[in-house]
Ligand binder design. Structure first.
Ligand code: TYM
Length: 331
């Protein structure tokens, strides 16, 4: 049976953190065995915020190193930079003709950016979901492993695929968010404010590059409270987040012990955080060290990008040829 096609990307802005790991990378690693996977560094997407050109290469190489150190195997998947595949911007242009200003302006991530950076509301930001749809549709992917924050973008990718199909003929499958568990993952910031993110409150974000003491300090400072006063209380989201992290990195059974303590109103958050900190140190340490080693080997990283781009272009060029034909661009 043909393997199903999977696409996902990570922006090359800053260091990767636990949200990226548990929301995305962990699933990439599980999927690489059974699916035909295309994973890429979304360097074009990162240009919306005008990064310093000197920062781009280090950022792209870091994202690559951290993905490989986490267990992604470039022999098994196509691992590439978005900008090495010119068919993506070509499809982006085509899809832009099917994307409407009104719907793009309504996207919550766009509205957030407008609020945060009113002086930089560029067209790339507005059409961010169109480029993302092009990333996915260029391989005619059906499954997209992403965290909760990207669900709305996926819905738009499906809309653009449908619109193309109804205008030019059935061609693109409708890509779906992929997850192994029932819910898509959202790792919250350790201060309890919104999602863990590359740019906001870095003291409440655990990066895959953080050293042991930094990890310990950040976890010990994570938001907690004086604990529940009634048995089986509803867990506040910032406490739930600590349980999610503990469940991900601690030995089986440990989470249950603390969950029972929470339900029985005798949880000691200080102890829980100490346990979580040590388990997190043991989890992140090997990834950090492997990534640092890979990062130094630029020749290997360049070779990985080159091979990845070749695989990605083989698939993309077929899609573009067909899309052009369907649209009548074949003279
Ligand atoms: P980016 O770079 O912000 O994040 C990469 C992946 O990490 C997930 N993620 C999280 N998951 C759970 N909790 C969090 N706190 C958290 N923070 C980040 C994201 O959901 C994502 O899966 N637009 C995308 C990149 C992209 C893309 C694509 C993804 C471009 N084209 C095509 C899939 C398909 C982004 O900015 O992700």
């Amino acid at each position: 049976m043909e393997k199903q096609i999977v696409v996902s990307g990570i922006r090359s802005t800053g260091y990767l953190h636990l949200g990226n790991y548990f929301g995305a990378i962990q699933n990439y690693i599980k999927m690489q065995e059974e699916y035909n996977c295309y994973f890429f560094v979304a360097d074009y997407h990162s240009l919306t915020t005008h990064p310093d050109p000197k920062e781009l290469r280090p950022s792209v190489f870091r994202v690559l190193s951290e993905n490989i150190a986490s267990g992604l195997d470039p022999e098994k998947v196509a691992l590439y930079a978005q900008s090495d595949v010119p068919e993506i911007p070509e499809l982006y242009l085509m899809l832009n003709m099917l994307a409407y200003k009104g719907e793009l302006e309504k996207v919550p991530t766009f509205k957030d950016k407008v609020r945060q950076h009113p002086d930089n509301v560029n067209a790339g930001l507005l059409t961010y979901p169109v480029l993302m749809a092009a990333d996915i549709l260029i391989h005619r992917a059906v499954k997209v492993p992403v965290g909760k924050d990207q669900e709305q973008h996926l819905e738009m990718a499906r809309n653009f695929a449908q619109r193309f199909n109804s205008r030019y003929g059935e061609f693109f499958p409708e890509p779906q968010v992929f997850r192994f568990s029932d819910e898509t993952v959202k790792i919250m910031s350790l201060d309890g404010n919104g999602k863990m993110s590359k740019s906001e409150n870095i003291n409440a974000t655990i990066f895959l590059s953080d050293d042991d003491d930094t990890i310990r300090k950040k976890i010990m400072k994570a938001k907690t409270d004086s604990g529940p006063t009634e048995h089986n209380s509803v867990m506040p989201d910032y406490i739930q987040n600590l349980f999610v992290l503990m469940n991900a990195v601690s030995a089986p059974g440990i989470t249950d012990t603390y969950r029972s303590a929470f339900n029985g109103c005798n949880i000691r958050y200080g102890d829980m955080k100490k346990q979580l900190a040590e388990d997190m140190v043991a989890f992140v340490g090997p990834i950090r060290e492997k990534a640092a080693e890979l990062y130094k080997d630029e020749d290997t990283l360049r070779k990985i990008l080159k091979d990845g781009a070749e695989k990605a272009r083989a698939s993309s060029s077929v899609t573009i040829r067909e899309a052009r034909k369907l649209m009548g661009i074949n003279y």
